[in-house]
Design a protein around this ligand. Structure first.
Ligand SMILES: NC(=O)c1ccc[n+]([C@@H]2O[C@H](COP(=O)([O-])OP(=O)(O)OC[C@H]3O[C@@H](n4cnc5c(N)ncnc54)[C@H](OP(=O)(O)O)[C@@H]3O)[C@@H](O)[C@H]2O)c1
Length: 359
């Protein structure tokens, strides 16, 4: 069975004399910095000189440039977006690391897919909360904790495990449980959730919405029924609390009979082969290779533009307006220029498919 660690497994005195630098004061950075400090750990923050650095100052942290923070610290949390992490690591982190340091990632992506070049005289750790930053802070304060995936890629000091478990205790995850994986497994699971489950779920949701709209139900009622009430999030919480099937008991007998008896009609949805194909592309590195290409960034810009033009966006904004809810500008994505289209000539057929798909 996989190793799962709890409160008794972590000892904060292992890192009492150490300085922890949090690099990046965003979603995870702020939450983890505050939790570690509240756990009695000496924390400093490294960020570019801008509003995020100011947030850290306002929270009472000593702040530095990224390079200076790395220089001053023994343990370095790298909590910046994964897409730019390799560049920032090469320029502002790697040159300032010392032998025996530990670096800690919150995502397995860059290490798991070998996108960064790691010095071999440091510990390389993963402490990846399965929780958004705000939740990491809230669930620390209320004492409940949250799950994380943890991993050790490199143990240069011989103490990597003790350090990792002390940090895990410090951010509050051991109260719930930290599950040991590899960096690559963490990254693959995360990508699969985003690429295999997310879009399939989105397709099912949209199909249900358009079925009801085409049948003449008022859009306000349809969107409230399908997701805008927020009821679905309670169902998800119930699944986590009591179990995937057991949670049906929170619904009426009519609801239970209806969903169980009709469920069988969807058994032949051809989801599995598509999901297996997506997982394989993730595992064999094909997705990462594709995402690293400059052309893909441009292709993404165009696909996102098509996605913002989907009919549901307009319907949703009208509904939100009618219901007195705040509306958001979803058309902020710039339309493609002629130059973009020229550069994307070799994938123009593929882009036409995306345009059609999002109509
Ligand atoms: N978001 C989540 O809920 C979540 C959950 C689990 C794990 N993670 C992982 O946690 C890590 C951090 O994610 P996040 O969502 O917390 O990131 P985020 O909020 O988007 O990160 C913002 C921080 O990154 C800094 N930053 C952005 N671009 C930068 C650049 N080019 N150079 C230097 N600093 C830069 C920002 O500072 P400036 O722009 O001021 O420089 C800011 O401090 C990632 O590995 C992510 O996969 C995130």
């Amino acid at each position: 069975m996989v190793n799962i660690y709890h409160e008794k497994d972590g000892n904060i005195s292992e890192i009492k004399e150490k300085t922890v630098a949090i690099i990046g004061y965003g979603n995870q950075g702020r939450a983890q910095a505050l939790n570690l400090r509240d756990s009695g750990i000496n924390v400093i923050v490294g960020n570019r000189e801008d509003e995020y650095r100011q947030f850290a100052k306002d929270d009472g942290f000593s702040t530095y440039s990224i390079a200076d923070a790395v220089n001053k610290a023994d343990i370095i949390f790298i909590l910046i977006p994964d897409e730019i992490l390799d560049e920032v690591f090469e320029e502002s982190i790697r040159p300032y690391l010392s032998e025996g340091n530990a670096i800690v990632f919150a995502s397995g992506y860059n290490v798991g897919f070998e996108l960064i070049d790691l010095p071999d005289n440091i510990d390389v750790l993963l402490l990846a909360p399965r929780m958004i930053g705000v939740g990491v802070r809230e669930k620390f304060l209320d004492g409940e904790g949250f799950f994380s995936f943890i991993a050790i890629e490199q143990d240069a000091t011989g103490h990597a495990k003790n350090v990792l478990l002390a940090l895990a205790k410090g951010i509050g995850t051991l109260r719930k449980g930290a599950v040991e994986l590899t960096f690559k497994q963490e990254a693959e699971l995360d990508l699969f959730n985003e690429q295999g489950f997310g879009p399939a779920f989105g397709r099912v949701l949209l199909t249900a919405i358009y079925t009801l709209l085409d049948a003449g139900y008022p859009p306000e009622a349809v969107l409230i029924e399908m997701y805008m009430s927020g009821e679905m999030s309670y169902t998800y919480q119930a699944m986590a609390k009591v179990g995937l099937v057991k949670q049906v008991n929170f619904h009426s007998q009519t609801s239970q009979y209806g969903s169980m008896s009709r469920g069988i009609r969807f058994r032949k949805l051809p989801l599995r082969p598509k999901m297996e194909e997506i997982l394989e592309e993730i595992q064999n590195g094909e997705f990462t290779k594709e995402w690293e290409k400059t052309l893909t960034k441009l292709k993404f810009k165009i696909i996102k533009f098509f996605a913002t033009k989907q009919k549901i966006n307009r319907i949703e904004n009208e509904v939100r307006d009618n219901l007195g809810l705040k509306t958001y500008d979803i058309y902020e994505q710039e339309p493609p220029t002629n130059r973009d289209m020229e550069e994307l000539k070799e994938v123009s057929e593929e882009l036409k498919e995306f345009e059609k798909y999002y109509q």
